[in-house]
Write a protein that binds this ligand. Structure first.
Ligand code: 5AD
Length: 461
């Protein structure tokens, strides 16, 4: 059978989609190649969120087809995911060796299309059409055999986003919000837990909007609706339903929107012990004026209020965020507002992005685009501040005892094992196969760059 190599760019949803396509092909008998040069089929699962991410995938594809040509190898190559969706056939016009362009609602058709291409029945395939119910089309995404070793799994609960932030391409790459029903999601989670998965991360582009368009009956897939739950948001009802599952150790989700952090969600953190004390809440800007231009739907004060309440509910919660610098019209004073908010909140870490104009988004046509040099300066200043705070927070772990879920041997050093704290920090320790998949306590001895080093012996003999 042919072999396939899949390279993923971008977010966790993309990783999950790549796993799903890999699992689909493996189920048909394909093998997974170790490198693109050794593969019969090469797929690049792409990201469009910034221009840089698109450029990386295009350059990679140039490289793949160039090498295959010079070595006279016959390879099927394709783009899938977000850039495939937003650029479609244009990608083949640009790179004529590309055989397949597979949009974000078509991952479940990957095997069928690749078979047609391999058999020579079709020369090029571009499919970026919308497809009803595609959000629930793929469930199987654990690779055969690896189910045993995988302690943590992603479950897609919804697709798309209706928020229409003015900088963001996601509504056009992922489409309108579509949610799976609670029973459908719960049964997938149950299956994963029965295979040994201990930690589930619920995924979606805007998970806090989960199920908003469903009636109560639709949310439960037409089955009976638990009467006591109907006052809570659909997302919190979903968290409760998954949380109930025996055998599940930890529950996480990403990405939420600050607007979705109602009191019911904050209260869920206080009430649901498996819900890990970790939250990735995208801020984007600390200036009310910029938040409005971004169409974010909250103010600086509202954001600060959410953080305060979360820290009240779970004092040790790890708080992570995304920030864009150099959004059109951002003045020095606006940027200082972002800096001061970061000083006030002290994020455990923040991902900082220089604004990148995206096609067909309102911000791309706004006046007062910020010069590249200024974007870079702001990026640099904010990064320094964020890193300084993050390092301090890492150091505060030294001497503390934390619970980790052991994921397996470290990729860099096989003698070391790696696990994650409940607040989502990586911990390395001298472990062995017997630790695999365990929830265990370690004492943190020292820190490295974005890593904690722990000693299990101190507390686990
Ligand atoms: N330019 C820069 N960063 C962006 N992001 C989304 N769109 C853009 C853009 N046009 C960032 C946001 C988002 C993260 C995934 O990527 O911060 O939260």
């Amino acid at each position: 059978m042919p072999s396939v190599y899949i390279k993923t760019y971008g977010c966790q949803m993309n990783e999950r989609d790549s796993e799903a396509v890999a699992a689909q092909l493996v189920a048909k008998g394909y093998t997974l190649a170790k490198s693109e040069a050794a593969a019969d089929v090469v797929l690049l699962n792409t990201c469009s969120v910034r221009d840089f991410a698109e450029q990386k995938a295009v350059n990679k594809m140039r490289n793949v087809v160039g090498t295959a040509r010079s070595e006279k190898r016959d390879q099927i190559v394709g783009f899938m995911g977000c850039m495939a969706q937003s650029r479609g056939r244009e990608l083949i016009d640009k790179l004529p060796d590309v055989d397949l362009v597979l949009g974000t609602q078509k991952f479940h058709r990957a095997a069928e299309y690749i078979e047609e291409l391999l058999a020579g029945r079709r020369d090029k395939i571009v499919d970026t059409e919308a497809e009803a119910k595609s959000e629930a089309a793929i469930r199987e995404h654990l690779l055969n055999g690896s189910a045993k070793t995988s302690v943590s799994a992603f479950v897609s609960i919804m697709q798309g986003c209706n928020q229409h932030c003015t900088f963001c391409i996601v509504p056009s790459t992922r489409g309108e919000e579509r949610s799976r029903t609670i029973p459908d999601i719960v049964s997938e989670c149950r299956e994963l837990v029965s295979r040994g998965v201990k930690e589930i991360t619920l995924l979606g582009q805007i998970v806090t909007s989960y199920g908003k368009r469903f009636s109560a009956a639709e949310l439960f897939g037409g089955t009976s609706v638990p009467a006591s739950r109907s006052d809570k948001s659909a997302f919190v009802q979903l968290l409760e339903a998954v949380h109930e599952m025996d055998g599940l150790g930890r529950l996480r989700f990403t990405s939420p929107h600050p607007r979705g952090y109602g009191d019911d969600l904050v209260e869920a953190y206080a009430r649901l012990p498996k819900l890990c004390e970790s939250a990735h809440i995208p801020l984007q800007s600390g200036s009310d004026r910029i938040l409005k231009l971004m169409h974010r739907g909250y103010t600086r004060e509202k954001f600060l209020g959410i953080i305060r309440k979360l820290r009240q509910a779970r004092p040790n919660i790890g708080i992570y965020t995304d920030i864009i610098v150099g959004f059109p019209g951002e003045t020095d004073a606006d940027f200082e507002q972002t800096m001061s908010l970061c000083r006030e909140v002290e994020f455990d870490n923040a991902y900082i992005f220089k604004y990148s104009p995206r096609r067909d988004t309102p911000a791309a046509d706004m006046p007062d685009q910020v010069p590249q040099k200024v974007r870079e300066e702001r990026n640099h200043r904010l990064l320094e501040l964020v890193n300084e705070i993050a390092a301090r927070k890492y150091d505060a772990f030294i001497g503390k005892q934390v619970q980790i879920l052991v994921e397996g041997p470290s990729k860099k050093n096989a003698a070391r094992y790696t696990g994650r704290t409940r607040c989502n920090r990586i911990v390395l320790f001298d472990g062995s196969a017997r630790h695999h998949g365990q929830l265990m306590d370690v004492k943190i001895e020292r820190t490295g760059s974005f890593t904690l080093y722990g000693d299990p012996a101190v507390v686990n003999l």
